[in-house]
Design a protein around this ligand. Structure first.
Ligand code: IPM
Ligand code: MG
Length: 354
């Protein structure tokens, strides 16, 4: 049965990198028995310019009706001064909430060929394989009340960090299930020492582990210590479970351990049977947008995650991941990795192994 993949190229380098992922889809359709049609919709700043909003109702409906959604990136300086609801980032948050993709998987893995690209010593980062499970539709990103009120010295900015037990448990369950297929270890990061919602997080994660996942080795770590441990001894971690804000921060930190943001994919998953949202972790990179030099690997690896988690083709996900590794092994490098290949040539290098 034909499956549908909705492409949301977005802004900056988004269109350039998603174009390479689309080439991989075409290749797999042709040679590997994949049966996926792609459709493309405007999103982010591109949609603000054309439609007045970063995410139209029609695009959200198309996303929910697809089997999977592959996004490029959103944002850029031309939209930065706008009110929050008319910024590209608001479209991304609305898409995550509208698709109800509450569990964000962010793998940070070091490719053998890139171990020298990290700013940390090779012996610290070689073989690194961390999986972040970040809560994605709650916490301070969405909590009410929010806003700025008052005047002069009494101006007051408010955001609300709030989680329910149900929100904590459903994302913790994803982390435990994924850890089961890995080392069985989960480290949950919170600030239970200063935040009530952090204490609730810790209690609910532990209670779920005790009731349903006795075989999982669960530890809790304060988020600031987690930030430190990630650069001190990152290989102590396997699955790291976090709330929305800590996950945003810690996953960027972990990404740099692997050498380049240009390599890291992500998957945002909701309830079983609903489409996932896949996106490279790198942003829109306005400084290099339109120059044809961006690294398409994170977008291609995000497609691999879509094959694995939404399209039922883990076999092809393995093949795509192996093709990226093989391209790197043969020396293919874009500028972010210290090389000279252009975006299309890097796509060619991956396709050569498919
Ligand atoms: C990310 C990004 C987004 C976030 C921004 C663009 C809204 O930083 O996906 O990590 O904060 O979640
Ligand atoms: Mg981020």
């Amino acid at each position: 049965m034909t499956q549908t993949l909705l492409l949301l190229p977005g802004d900056g380098i988004g269109p350039e990198v998603t174009a390479q992922a689309a080439r991989v889809v075409e290749r797999l359709n042709a040679v590997a028995g994949l049966d996926v049609t792609t459709a493309t919709a405007r999103f982010g700043g591109a949609a603000i310019d054309a439609d007045g909003v970063p995410l139209t109702d029609a695009t959200l409906a198309a996303a929910k009706a697809a089997d999977a959604v592959l996004m490029g990136a959103v944002g850029g300086p031309q939209w930065a001064g706008q009110p929050y609801d008319r910024r590209p980032e608001a479209g991304l948050l609305a898409l995550r909430a509208g698709m109800n993709v509450f569990a964000n998987l962010r793998p940070a893995r070091t490719f053998a060929a890139l171990v020298d690209a990290s700013s940390l010593k090779p012996e610290i980062v070689a073989g690194l394989d961390i999986l972040f499970v970040r809560e994605l539709t709650g916490g301070v990103y969405f909590g009410e009340p929010r806003g700025v009120t008052g005047t002069s010295d009494a101006r007051r900015g408010v955001n609300t960090h709030v989680y329910t037990a149900a929100e904590i448990r459903r994302v913790a369950r994803v982390a435990f299930d994924l850890a089961h297929g890995r080392s069985g270890r989960v480290c949950s990061a919170d600030k239970a020492n200063v935040m009530e919602a952090g204490l609730l997080w810790r209690e609910e994660v532990q209670a779920l582990r005790d009731a349903e996942y006795p075989h999982i080795a669960l530890t809790h770590m304060l988020a600031d210590n987690t930030a430190m441990q990630l650069v001190k001894n990152p290989r102590q971690f396997d699955v790291i479970l976090t709330d929305n804000l800590f996950g945003d921060i810690l996953s960027d930190e972990a990404a740099m351990l692997t050498g380049s943001l240009g390599m890291l994919p992500s998957a945002a998953l909701g309830q079983a049977g609903t489409p996932g949202l896949y996106e490279p972790i790198h942003g829109s990179a306005p400084d290099i947008a339109g120059k044809g030099v961006a690294n398409p690997c994170a977008a291609i690896l995000s497609l691999a995650m879509a094959l694995r988690y939404s399209l039922g083709r883990a076999d092809l996900a393995d093949r795509v991941e192996a093709a990226v590794a093989a391209a790197l092994d043969t020396g293919a490098r874009t500028a972010d990795l210290g090389g000279t290949l252009r975006t299309t040539a890097m796509g060619d290098a991956v396709l050569a192994h498919l």
